[in-house]
Design a protein around this ligand. Sequence first.
Ligand code: ADP
Ligand code: MG
Length: 692
Amino acid sequence: MAPSGPGTAGPLDLPITSLRGVAGRRSEAFSRLDVDSLGALLCLFPRGYEDWSAPKEIASLQDGEDAAFVAEVSRDPTLRRKGRMSLVRTVLRDGTGAIAAVWFNQPYQQAKLSKGGRYLFRGRVKRRDLAFEVSNPSFEEAPEEGGVGLKSVYPLTRGLSQGVIRSAVHEALARCDGHLPEPLPVPVRMEHRLAAAVYAYHRIHEPDSREDVGIARRRLVFEELFLMQAGLRILKTRNARIRTAFALPRGVAIDRAVGRLPFALTKAQIRVSAEIARDLARDVPMNRLVQGDVGCGKTVLAALAMLQAHEAGHQSALMAPTAILAEQHRATLERLLGQEGLRIELLTSATPAARRRSILEGIASGAVHMVVGTHALLESDLAFHSLALAVTDEQHRFGVRQRVALSTAEGTAPHVLVMSATPIPRTLALILYGDLDISIVDGMPAGRLPIETYTAGETDRPRIHDFLRREVAQGRQVYVVCPMVEESEEQDLESAKTTYERLSKVIFPDLPVALVHGRLKAKEKSEAMEAFRKGETRILVATTVIEVGVDHPEASVMVVENADRFGLAQLHQLRGRIGRGPHRSVCILMADDVSADAMERLRTLCRTHDGFVVAEKDLQLRGPGQFFGVRQHGLPEFRIADLYRDLAVLKEVQESLDRLLAADPLLESTDNRCIAPGIRSRFGTLFPNVGI
Ligand code: ADP
Ligand code: MG
């Protein structure tokens, strides 16, 4: 809860330091958790609960459980020190038995307990030989009877303890009483049986029972998803209503181009292409997402849409996440549309200044018909003569923010076509792309052979090398992919370089092996890719720069090093680089010394080729943040909603919004007026300048 607009400064906006006992180091610790105000503190939701509600008898404690029990201290605790370590020991007893208690490095506990004191303890119980022991139990005065309910467990950082956070939250709840905003309209709450905000905030932090937590959590999850969705849907309505686009009637050029293709379009391609063409013909800006498994043939759909823009006399742009891909797309457009007499330019951060100037001039005058590029296309000095269509490929790398930037630019709105590389489960697509219409290319070009996928280990290397040698001898080409983990680019680069050295000098000194990675200059990168495309290089060692989009049918073998370090969806994406031609394709996932779980995860890929199934599994195993790649996804950070667990709530949110928006498209009625401030305060940075 950030400030929710002018004139609303209240206790929620008070700094965290206004709480008793929070200053200096502690307030710094809070700010490491992104908590600087009382409102933000109340949104620091527990990551779990300790159950102190039903104390057990000592005789019934089980090995390994976290349990609460009421007991008497049966002898004064002893303290032993050894260097910087310390150990406090005592014995706890109730009518049914006794248990040893130990505290490591908490010498102060000795003074807190004395023989005969009765307390409620809670901790992890372990069997030691024949006796039970509880280590580092927390404790408090024993209540008259029963337990003391549930206690929240918060994410911690150095300098904060659960106790400190709990009492800070307790005070913040009291101070904010009567000031908690309620962004959900009453009828929505009634209809979906959602608790009021006040109730939810109190009970999520200080519940009496699991049931309380469930009710509170449901309400808060609903709210978070609702505000995000409402933001996207309002954006969609505003885009459609307020801004007009060039109407691009479908002419004859498309059929001409389709006739020249070296293949027949699949049924799915024909259907989606028609959906796009229909959208483009209207003067309402299109906002459409095309989803389809890797290799289903999305590029040609973009090319046809761009041709439609051209035939109507306007320009189009195609934006890709990497320079390698941008260059490949430009070549594809030339190949598919070259005979239409088009000027198609490439613009990346590597385009030389003079060349760039001349391209910009061409874009401004209309002499350039289509431009393909990277993020460089978003730069502000790019002025189009008449941009009618903006296509972004491999969208999940751009994210909501960039999309909003693109679609809220001044002037006539371009039609926006988004092509997603990673199949995303439909419900999730709605959260990410709620402002878009969705088309699914659900079929593959005929004749594709499934990619044989295997896991392998260090001992298999000699056999794998023989296999690679045979494949290369038969004219095939090979990718060897090394992991790229954002945290340590340096180290990853090292691993790619080492692999390259080993393969080029030791194993295949007689074969042309090359290395391509993200640190190369754009020109070097594209030369390396070009050499591979031409077949001059037979084995290409690469980091994940080749992950997206690269299309080279002669490459039919891929070896992925340290495959366990990749997500499943990413591996599926990588593997999609092969299996694009008529040859038998083989993907080998190298994984050594990995856990049984990790191995099982990888085997999923050996079993299935359906990207939607892989995505679903990946999402389930790793959660949405990881699924989309930590920093690249553009997915808003949810505080409480879990896009996998909470799909049912998301569905309710969709239904609720469908109904509300049908009656009140911009959510401006008296009932609904509480929503916009909620969107602003929760997702303000995601929807700047969209009039919410
Ligand atoms: P993606 O959907 O992963 O972006 P691409 O557009 O790169 O896939 O297409 C993959 C390959 O399939 C390309 O070589 C493309 O020329 C080819 N292709 C596309 N559509 C068809 C089709 N209908 N029949 C045969 N090959 C096709
Ligand atoms: Mg593609």
